[in-house]
Write a protein of this length. Sequence first.
Length: 361
Amino acid sequence: MKTLGMFLLVIGVLVSLFFITALIKGRPLQVPGPNNLIASDATLSRILYLASLSPSSHNTQLWKVKVHHLSNKVEVAIDADRVLKVSDKNKHEALISLGAYVQTMVSAFKAYGYSTQVYFDENTQLALVSYYKDPALSNDMDLEHAILKRHTDKRKLAPVSFDLKDLLNNFSDIEFCKKGSDSYKIIYDNSMLAVHQLSSDDNYNKELASWMRFSDKEAKAKLDGLCADTLGMEGITKGIFNTLMTEGIATSSVFTRQSEKLYQDQLEHCAGFIYFKNEIESKSALFETGRTLVKLWLFLTEKEISVQPISAVIEVPACKIELKEKLGTNVSLVIRVGKTDNYGSNKLYRRNVADYVQLED
């Protein structure tokens, strides 16, 4: 009996230590704040920081930036080393991410009273943003607040209490399909088919795992990818993730099956989907899709409507073709939308702008 009692005591102590460790590791991630990259221009430094909060696939933050400070121009290009080589072979999502970054920057300039002009070169895939202080514009701190607040929401989302179609009338080249509609079912069915196919691809799973950050230490060192905080975890759930999760577990069949169930749960719990249409899927069209995404997302953020991009259905060619045939248009992007009791906040988990911004003059 004494031996059994001692054994149970030891087990109890180990379990307690595990949960204490998990609670400690479950604390919110502390990330560095913005830095004054351009000492002579605090406003431009702030705008570059706000631009860094743009969405990107797997939070790869795949942009390279050159600032021509004296000529009021910013060049933005795709960092090829950060492109998803397996799931985004044709740079479909990379071009959308590039457009999203540029539009976030344009919105940040507008928030500080600047007008902009954007030029995108189809051949070089280089974007050029020209900016100037516009006396007709005043600072818009509500817009800055929306940029800071915008985030991807992976939680269960509820229907909205008003007609989203009416709300979105000012946006062209997008369609809202309410949960339960024929269009919703087409996207739902093909999304589940796509995520099942991707989950069975070892190379896809390895790529995804390579962008996951399994501890706060790793997250702080890299400031990119998918850490527990950006995946929506907190408290004991985050602590258990950071204590037990490894790259090997993240590529296991058990984990991928669980990920499929989570994906299904997300698809089923929302107000519906919004899909983005491009008749001709050129590089310029994908770049503009990214710009439209940010305009729409910031608008929805101000209404406290949550958003999560649904990329799997676009990453599997057969499913993408099926969408085109059944929806009657080429679909470049799908997002799920809905309401929550608490909109939440952006974790501000981003690389230091000094790591990818060059000052040319």
